[in-house]
Ligand binder design. Sequence first.
Ligand code: FPP
Length: 246
Amino acid sequence: MNTIENIDKDKLPQHLAIIMDGNGRWAKQKGKMRVFGHEHGAKAVKKIVESCVKIGVPYLTLYAFSTENWNRPKFEVDTLMKLLATQLKKELNTFLDNNVRFNTIGNIDSLPKKAFKEITEVTNKTSGNTGLTLTLALSYGAREELVNAVKNISVKVKNNIISSENIDEIIINNHLYTHNIPDVDLLIRTSGEHRISNFLLWQIAYAELYFTNVLWPDFNEQQLVEAILNYQNRERRFGKTSEQLN
Ligand code: FPP
């Protein structure tokens, strides 16, 4: 069985992103309501954050709630929002003890007041931390992020702050929610679905993709280690040939 010791610390993914999927099916398999799966999904979040701290991954971004998730039944949305608020309150000390800097991407203004308040508090209280940067994608959609970036750049062009000829990848990147986070190196999706679902479309341009059948509440340190070892065995060519890399 592989453990954290098997990981090459010099070849760690700098930015790990995860599409946490399968909470509902996990609960259904147990004859429980979907929200039972989300509660256990939240426990998996805590464990994976702690594992990333132990491994030394610098950036972890979790897809917790998409713009499309607002269309779920009201009871499920309300429960997820309550869970988010209670978990953040509960985990503030874990973040402080582990030097975790917390932040969010997405339209957090659209979240219920209580969740918004906890997000603001945890973001502010952990802003000086220098270890793992944990980012929750909340009410997030990559297309919306890109639309937002285009709008903001257009305003700057109109006001002569940016000239249209100078628009390049750096300028676009600087107008994304993730402007202070490096590109994704490894993207994991649980639950056997092979989709990106409008997550970090710009930032995953050169990411390695890893799909596992494990449902999110069952995803643990062992599976994370397997995903990172798999990543470390891949050849990342960034468009070059294998010979050029050697
Ligand atoms: C996908 O499973 C999961 C979500 C839409 C929400 C993710 C939420 C958590 C992991 C728990 C709460 C998180 C925090 C940060 C407190 P699904 O419901 O789509 O599962 P299914 O595809 O099996 O129905």
